[in-house]
Design a protein around this ligand. Sequence first.
Ligand code: SF4
Ligand code: SF4
Ligand code: SF4
Ligand code: FES
Length: 951
Amino acid sequence: MTLIHETDYGTPARLSSTLVTLEIDGRSITVPEGTSVMRAAMDAGITVPKLCATDSLEAFGSCRLCMVEIEGRRGTPASCTTPVAPGMKVATQTDRLARLRRGVMELYISDHPLDCLTCPANGDCELQDMAGAVGLRNVRYGFDGESHLKAGKDESNPYFTFDASKCIVCSRCVRACQETQGTFALTIDGRGFASFVAAGANEGFMDSECVSCGACVQACPTATLTEKSIIENGQPEHSVITTCAYCGVGCSFKAEMQGTTVVRMTPWKNGGANEGHSCVKGRFAWGYASHKDRIMKPMVRERISDPWREVSWEEAIAYAAERLKAVQAKHGRGSIGGITSSRCTNEEVYVVQKMIRAAFGTNNIDTCARVCHSPTGYGLSQTFGTSAGTQDFRSVDKSDVMLVIGANPTDGHPVFGSRMKKRLRAGAKLIVIDPRRIDLVRSPHVQADYHLQLQPGTNVAVVNAIAHTIVTEGLVDRPFVEERCDPKEFAKWEAFIAEHRNSPEYLESRTGVPAEQVRAAARLYATGGNAAIYYGLGVTEHSQGSSTVMAIANLAMATGNIGREGVGVNPLRGQNNVQGSCDMGSFPHELPGYRHVSDDTVRHEFETAWGVTLDPEPGLRIPNMFDSAHDGSFRGLFVQGEDIVQSDPNTHHVTSALEALDIVIVQDLFLNETAAFAHVFFPGTSFLEKDGTFTNAERRINRVRKAMPSKVGRDEHWVACALATAMGYPMHYDSTSQIMDEIASLTPTFRGVSFEKLDRVGSVQWPCTGLEDDDTGMAIMHGEKFMRGLGRFVITEYVPTDERTTRMYPLVLTTGRILAHYNVGAQTRRTANVAWHPEDVLEINPVDAEIRGVKDGDMVSLASRMGATTLRAVLSDRMPAGVVYTTFHHPVTGANVITTENSDWATNCPEYKVTAVQISRSNQPSDWQVDYAKNDVERKRIGAANVLAAE
Ligand code: SF4
Ligand code: SF4
Ligand code: SF4
Ligand code: FES
């Protein structure tokens, strides 16, 4: 293995179909019009010295090191800012150029510390490389003049330092923050020799607007901006390409290693989803993988009140199988089941669902997607015929209008959020539908054209009102609808949506959105050119989640915004492998590839391959498992990599269900909240120890590669195979690629997927049905026709949620996530990301706070009909009056103690986004938090004992 080197072409590629031929150093080269001379030279195999240019940024032309001579032109133009021209003759190496370049380098070096041997960038410094490239041998100006050598360091960021003494003011960092990340946190302050890089108003990185994405660190050609992990450990010696394990963007990274230790994660330029960009989580928050809290040995216990006992893998597997079999013998085959994880690989999820269907002999299998994007699966398959988003991320570069509903991309999907902002800065229009003023509404050089600040729970009403405007104002794309959609369903929908009760005026009092704003936004969406819809959990996690997904699909079909670049319906998936866990057959009614268990032909195919008889009846969903646990018919649960106690709604209901079970098996990295109710604990592996694939929000299947061997001595899929075998159904794979081969052989949309192809082409997007080498799947779906044939309009009646505000509970709580943390925080809380968000807080409008005598920073009690918790209040005009907001990243907050059991009518996805609450000042922890603190002491005791035992 070697360090994977990515070539820097100096300036970005141009895509023009007009080609230009020129001559560089006597070599003829043909490139797209608009290409820089520097990049053309690189294409011809000629490297021109450079410092301020890098191919992720537009050329700036400040260092002058890249000068060239061009026949017929005066002077020595910078090759990075000079575009090619037909017949141009360029010389990159002449005596004159060599002299001039040495002069430039002399000036840089005369103001640079000469500490190369002890510098952390030694071996990875472009300044050092350029000194070598231009043949610098002495510095005529000496080192005694005015300099910046005593400029101080900013070490405020937990992950990187800024050492101003090494800065050459090339501005790559400033431009990366603007162009790539879109945060505009950096500037060049001062003038001439006194100019310097400043974060914010020169207040240091941590106090500035910086979101720690790392783009500036990546762009810096010197050691000025350097990762602290590199300062501590030195340079990597090999790297492994893998995929981020946090959100559904699915960024590709180089895990840069020293032996089996990661020293840096850098975003990979060839990554299809991120193209070289990253966010703070993927770039820096990987330390949890070697956190001391990780459990390294399997553990068992008779009762949940007993202490854990460390045992061998074989004993743990045998113990788990025996107890599961005993439960089945007494209570029947259907008395046990399992939950798969969207954080695990496709291969790991596949074997767990196979274990449950084939070895447990039941379809009682569900996934954490139940509580996030199950309405997406239902809604998009009903309307379009496929349970997935329609576009690739690149498509947004062609959008003229973006409609963002119930999503907060700059926090939840940051790398894609940056891409959206780039397109918005280039002139695309923006409609945001959200109760909260998310960052996209107003951020540097981005301003939403319309922010429809609706009441939580009224998504269907607002989307219907937009559709009503489109239909009644004659904005329907009739040719598209006539050619591509089911005419009968459209006629029914058109008549329904045109009714006055769907008009913006009629619904205004329910939604809180002025009718004229709805109409204006509708006109923009329907007539503004390519219009794309992006949505998130603010759409799905409602009692009408599936209805909103279908209402969104109706909008796209009615306006012809489907089936080409720049348009479409795009669910922004929460966890890294939500798409994949659903694809792999984790729902109780569907086998891999979304095929119903009651379909005899499909079932027969799996029965033949797996050598078992499968149950034709759908099994239990997660909420049904809890209900059945309460009534005593469900007695045993296998939980793969999920913390259902923290993430599922109505915590009391979940914990009492778990307490009622005879056997709970948890497989995870840490002793999470759910493990408090477990009898068997199987240690899991982090993404750095996994071999397999993740599927992101654009259906892109990316490879996950082992950067280090499993710290717990086993692969996760081995555990499922061993448990299935111990249950009486022999299951074994020689390699992970064998699992993917089985998936491909049984799943038509994955037919053309193999590790060999993924390793060769990088990634593919399903459906990928061709076995040919060049079939990399489908970037944009429903091009010629919908996957179901004709697009189906569905009637989406607005039905208010049962959750109502009253005098006792007059406010509405809505929940979400923030940039620094991920889901229940199990990983990010074990990294320095806590510096940005040490606790969950309650955002409350200043008017609501004043009425209750609450000041910024006060502790408050947050109470619903379900329960209460205490947390800190933060006054924020991002919230409209009447609505409060919090996150669920810290277990001690227990945000889900508050949420209700209301759920989506079609899929049971919980209604996290609407809970009637009251707020009052309080310094007392809630009863639940007192209990939690007691358990936490016990958890810490067990954790500490395990660490001691391991040592
Ligand atoms: S910090 Fe690095 S990238 Fe930024 S101006 Fe200085 S040398 Fe250039
Ligand atoms: S880390 Fe990202 S946000 Fe922060 S200054 Fe650098 S580029 Fe800007
Ligand atoms: S955007 Fe998502 S996938 Fe990309 S680095 Fe951040 S958390 Fe990882
Ligand atoms: S690399 Fe062209 S001017 Fe700096």
